[in-house]
Design a binder for this molecule. Sequence first.
Ligand code: TA6
Length: 309
Amino acid sequence: MILTVTLNTALDITYRVRALRPHASHRVTEVTERPGGKGLNVARVLAALGHRVTATGFAGGRTGRSVQDQLAGISEVVDALVPVAGATRRTIAVVDETTGDTTQLNEPGPEIAPAEWSAFLEVYGDLVSSAAAVALCGSLPPGVPVGAYAQLVRTARSAGVPVLLDTSGEPLRRGVAARPDVVKPNADELAELTGSYEPLQATRDARRRGAHAVVASLGAEGLLAVNAEGRWRAAPPRRIQGNPTGAGDSAVAGLLSGLVDLLPWPARLARAVAVSAASVLAPAAGEFDRRVYEELLERVIVTPHNAAA
Ligand code: TA6
């Protein structure tokens, strides 16, 4: 199984409106509520790709119950979320149907008590040794130590389990230094880490900081990957317009899926780009249409760069 960690789970609420205008009242044309937080999106996409997943992290309150009720409906996902006293946060995405632009509001999440963090570490320690790979994804809720991901990376690595990290800010900086197998920052996260918006330079710099492979998600341009074997660009065959919320999470799922299926790097990247692009065309994060994914997968363009990193 693949283990996903979502310390700051969320009930993702998506509102669609015809056109979003400041200071105006809007009629919502559609609303969806889904289990969210980056790791749970990764778990749902992995399940749809046919993998068995165990999802851990924290859940609490009415929102946490709603997240867990929906997870119970996905047979490939085992719910190993640790109960907490505080309520799982809500995130709100407002999609403007005219422009396709999305405005995202993320609550900070519940305060995690020291005893709840210790309970999580025990669950994680038990699960990690039977995992084929681990994904550590998203922001940290208040109360979780800023070095949490560094600690979780070290635990996975000493168990010999490949670990992918997708977070931002100081937790990313410390996590990278713990030498994860893969990090997947977006352009802003990479720039915050390295001080550079030049993708190749920033990606190589992030690797020098400790990650074995860096896969930068560059929005509509796809992925740029650098590891010891080389570097590649992977791009969708056409410009994909839709809801980009969770596109990075789908890319993470594609990378992990390719990793556990032992695909060579170019094929892993193609899978990640295809599932990410397919999820942009789906109504909510963590979802995609299988036929759209397969059609895109055949036409993703993966280009090797000649010089090794
Ligand atoms: O990537 C999209 C998304 O995963 C949403 O589903 C939402 O839950 C949010 O990001 C959480 O991100 P954060 O960085 O706050 O943990």
